[in-house]
Design a protein around this ligand. Structure first.
Ligand SMILES: N[C@@H](CCC(=O)N[C@@H](CS)C(=O)NCC(=O)O)C(=O)O
Length: 369
């Protein structure tokens, strides 16, 4: 089979997620660093905006968005799949993908831009202009990384939130460390889509950025071992999810944390999107809808409202809504145990599709469908 081409970067969150999937799924690929030239010649003309990762398929089609890329390729290439067939595990893995993709951005961006800043600026410069001198790379990196470094604060890492973000992240590391001491992956002996979601932040930022990597090695050696397993799967395309569609007890604290920290923000995002849609009929939904408050470890911060996260949540809600009665009873027991009642009664916005880095209303279905 001709290889896929992955346009991305070692320093990129979502490139790591897709790369690890391609590796586990055993799909041949070449990775092309997203230099300035690659943005100008490939990414902007094909996608219309600047983003990585972008994947070119062997027949020349272009895919963007790690969630879509993984789902498309996983379906096309059949078993073994990273999407569990049991409804409860499928739901948990979709929630963990959303948690990794959208919520763990906060600690990832905080640690990168507030504890690894100069290193990251140099890395951005080196990616953009591999041939330039170190001074030129630092200067270029400072310019190119400006939106990313500002994103840390926009996502909620303003100074008075730093200690809460660090407490929450260190506690998460402890929970994951206890889990990976017992299981190779989140749901047993095979990585699920949830593993790839968590790997985005936990590889590119929290393992690879020097100060963050030192912290992870000090606090969470089993998480380090998992990152390295995900990076170079010892046995690609093998292993099974836990039998009986159950969740390991050691995973429940992580899901409970997601429900406590992220779910209120998702609920408020849905309320705000509903209000925005009512006030702006027919207008494309922007990437951010103003700001809203959030709470972490008892501290109150402010962050941008990101409707994209609701498209990911819709996927989890679809799984929940289509569970068999037996699966649903089991899922509800877990939701009670993790404080996840809000998922059951979620104020769903109208049906959404992804639109670049935002969402759009899904086209109306013809009557009778
Ligand atoms: N949801 C997208 C997010 C992609 C994304 O945010 N990529 C970052 C680099 S890791 C980027 O290029 N961001 C550009 C921007 O935010 O404008 C995915 O899963 O692929």
């Amino acid at each position: 089979m001709n290889p896929y081409t992955l346009y991305g970067a070692e320093i990129s969150y979502y490139t790591g997620k897709v790369r690890a999937f391609l590796q586990w799924k055993g799909l041949p690929f070449v990775e092309v660093p997203a230099t300035g030239d690659v943005y100008r010649q490939v990414i902007l003309p094909r996608i219309g905006f600047a983003v990585i990762p972008v994947l070119e398929t062997p027949d020349g089609a272009t895919l963007q968005d790690s969630t879509d890329i993984i789902q498309t390729l996983d379906r096309q290439h059949g078993e073994p799949s990273v999407f569990p067939s049991g409804g409860v595990q499928r739901l948990a893995s979709a929630l963990l993908e959303l948690y990794g993709d959208e919520w763990l951005l906060i600690p990832a961006m905080h640690y990168r831009w507030h504890h690894n800043r100069e290193w990251a600026l140099r890395a951005f410069g080196a990616l953009n202009a591999p041939e330039a001198s170190p001074e030129e790379q630092l200067e270029l990196g400072t310019r190119r990384a400006a939106p990313f470094s500002q994103a840390a604060v926009l996502l909620g890492a303003m100074p008075h939130m730093h200690s809460a973000i660090e407490r929450s992240y260190e506690d998460l590391l402890a929970e994951l460390n206890a889990h990976f001491a017992e299981h190779p992956y989140l749901l047993g002996a095979r990585p699920s889509i949830g593993d790839f979601g968590l790997y985005g932040p936990l590889y590119a930022h929290q393992y690879r950025d020097p100060a963050s990597g030192a912290l992870m090695r000090r606090l969470a050696p089993h998480v380090v071992a998992w990152v390295e397993r995900m990076q170079q799967p010892p046995t690609p395309r093998s292993g099974d999810f836990l039998s009986g569609d159950t969740l390991p007890p050691t995973l429940l604290p992580v899901l409970r944390r997601m429900m406590r920290e992220q779910m209120p923000v998702l609920e408020d995002t849905a309320r705000r999107l509903n209000a925005w849609l009512a006030e702006n009929p027919g207008t494309p939904v922007p990437r951010t809808l103003g700001k809203h408050g959030f709470t972490l470890e008892g501290e109150h911060g402010e962050r941008i409202v990101r409707p994209y996260a609701l498209w990911m949540l819709q996927r989890a809600r679809d799984i929940y809504r289509t569970l068999t009665p037996l699966e649903r009873a089991q899922a509800d027991r877990y939701l009670d145990a993790i404080g996840g009642q809000a998922l059951r009664n979620f104020p769903d916005p109208p049906r959404l599709v992804r639109d670049g880095m935002s969402v759009a209303l899904a086209p109306a279905q013809p009557l009778g469908k």
